[in-house]
Ligand binder design. Structure first.
Ligand code: F6P
Length: 344
């Protein structure tokens, strides 16, 4: 068989481990040819590709990013986009395409399969851990590890200077990174998109710490955290991508200003940003990504188009691709309540 592969959306530690697994098993066990498309959906749209070999994918297992490049290109936002993808598949006599991505990349993959009957399957990735159909995505463990290390470092300097430190982490629609790194790092307040926050309650928790003789606090806020409607004015407009998502960021600065103004305690913000997405994946993410790559090439070899390998419990199972994008996997309120025990 001839199989194409692409990586789309925000990059994520573990992408190279998936590519390596697809290539290794695809070539060695099945005798397939593997064609790598550049920069997400832009690759098949503009016919940007290269043959992937065992030689060209050596040494990439521990490497962050993606050797194929990535983009937020949306084939459905381009005139004739889906037809151009069909033409590329035919031109290269491909039997199918493996799209490694998050909600947007897999959303496009699901549509290309269901509406145009293209032979596409998906592999789930995102540091945000917010995809449906799977219990966890690779990249998340690495992002939590990086954010936790940052919180540990901020803790000691916050304590020395008797300051509040606000840590803004990624998490557009779901607060998994904030929740896990906040719990692991012993944060005093965690703010997530699923639970609009009351700034006065945040300040009350910080004041209570002071009354108890703790003159610093760590506030971990997901970038998508929002104040209860109308309670404070939120931040400006960073534009939108081809999938219509706003560029976030700014909640850290807003909290810095509000907490300092309302409590009178010195407060500073640190934005972790893309540090959370860069660099080497944890061992857990390398293993999960490798297992998904193996399951992905197995599924492609069985022509299981329209499906997606997913972590269910401790096993990898094939689920319909549509499940990944039907509903976002957000933080349940009971998980947030359990974390709130340690607030203040
Ligand atoms: O989707 C993953 C993610 O890291 C989000 O947490 C974040 O909002 C977004 O990507 C940032 O994307 P970009 O790097 O394109 O600004």
């Amino acid at each position: 068989m001839r199989i194409g592969v692409l990586t789309g959306g925000g990059d994520c530690p573990g992408l190279n481990a998936v590519i390596r697994a697809v290539v290794r098993k695809g070539i060695d066990d099945y005798g397939h040819s593997i064609l790598g498309f550049r920069d997400g959906w832009r690759g098949p749209l503009e016919d940007l590709c290269e043959e992937l070999t065992i030689e060209s994918t050596r040494g990439i297992l521990p490497r962050g990013g993606t050797i194929l490049g990535s983009s937020r290109t949306n084939p459905f936002a381009r005139d004739g986009g889906p037809q151009a993808i069909r033409a590329t598949l035919e031109r290269h006599r491909l039997d199918g395409l493996i799209a490694i991505g998050g909600e947007d990349t897999l959303g496009a993959a699901a549509k290309l399969h269901s509406e145009l009957d293209l032979p596409v399957l998906g592999i789930p990735k995102t540091i945000d851990n917010d995809l449906g159909g799977t219990d966890q995505t690779f990249g998340f463990d690495t992002a939590v590890q990086i954010a936790t290390e940052a919180i540990d470092r901020l803790h000691t300097t916050a304590e020395s200077h008797h300051r509040n430190l606000v840590v803004e982490v990624m998490g557009r629609h779901a607060g998994w990174i904030a929740l896990y790194s906040g719990l692991a790092g012993g944060a005093d307040v965690i703010l997530i998109p699923e639970q609009p926050f009351d700034i006065e309650e945040v300040c009350r928790l910080i004041r209570r710490r002071h009354e108890r003789g703790r003159y610093f606090a760590i506030v971990v806020a997901a970038e998508g955290a929002t104040p209860v409607e109308g309670s404070i004015e939120t931040v400006g407009d960073g534009g939108v991508d081809e999938f219509g998502h706003a560029r976030l960021g700014g909640i850290g600065q807003l909290l810095e200003r509000e907490i300092a103004g309302r409590t009178g305690y010195e407060t500073r913000a640190t934005v972790l940003g893309h540090v959370q997405r860069g660099g080497t994946p944890t061992a857990f993410d390398r293993v999960l990504a490798t297992r998904l790559g193996v399951a992905g090439i197995d599924a492609a070899s069985d022509a299981r188009w329209g499906s997606m390998p997913a972590l269910r419990g401790t096993r990898i199972e094939l689920v319909p691709l549509g499940e990944a994008v039907a509903e976002l996997r957000t933080v349940p309120s009971e998980d947030y309540e359990a974390a709130a025990t340690f607030f203040g």
